[in-house]
Design a protein around this ligand. Structure first.
Ligand SMILES: [Cu+2]
Length: 196
């Protein structure tokens, strides 16, 4: 009995030591997680979550695309993006049903352009591409006319031939100020999606 009781403080001491080591290891990992650079985490999340599936109806080869000019972010934006950040991928020979909303009081329109330059280089979009479709204006008044203040306009574009196109606002200077996105029509695309 005497030998057993003298072991007790030793056992308690060992247990305390194990708990102390465990707590310090846990605290160290917590510290590592909390002090990890936030940019590392956000970069990996962005690169994996950037592919956005688009709604479509394969029976009539139509993609449903919603483009909104937002009041947040860059002034000259499509869905909050500017300067070609938004890239839309469409299967070859499919059509696109576009719903265009402008939440700003500043008027905007939406044009599908077969562009001849990589980026807009003129205030008039017709100077750097061929206007194929216009929503919110016409092919003759697109430089000044648009929709505004929550108005919605729709259009059906296509069927579209394979190629790279530009989505622009036709109002003078808007595309050059960043209001443009990219549309890629390709037989390599089977399911429509966008990245931004
Ligand atoms: Cu505009």
């Amino acid at each position: 009995m005497k030998a057993q009781s003298s072991f007790l403080p030793v056992i308690v001491g060992i247990l305390v030591a194990i708990i102390a080591v465990g707590v310090s290891v846990y605290a160290y990992y917590e510290y590592q997680i909390l002090s990890a650079p936030s940019s590392v985490t956000s970069t990996s999340v962005t690169s994996t979550s950037s592919q956005i599936p688009l709604k479509y109806d394969s029976s009539n080869k139509t993609v449903f695309l919603t483009i909104a000019v937002l009041t947040s972010g860059p002034t000259f934006n499509f869905n909050g993006t500017s300067n070609g950040q938004l890239i839309i991928y469409i299967p070859a020979g499919w059509s696109v049903y576009v719903t265009f909303t402008n939440e700003q009081s500043l008027p905007h329109n939406l044009i599908l352009l077969k562009n001849s330059t990589a980026t807009p280089n003129n205030a008039d979009v017709a100077q750097f591409g061929k206007i194929l479709y216009v929503i919110g204006a016409t092919t003759s008044n697109y430089e000044t006319i648009g929709i505004s203040s929550g108005q919605v306009a729709t259009g059906l574009w296509g069927p579209l031939n394979p190629g790279v196109y530009m989505l622009v606002c036709g109002i003078l200077g808007h595309a050059e100020s960043g209001m443009w996105a990219v549309v890629v029509v390709s037989s390599n695309v089977t399911t429509p999606y966008a990245i931004m």
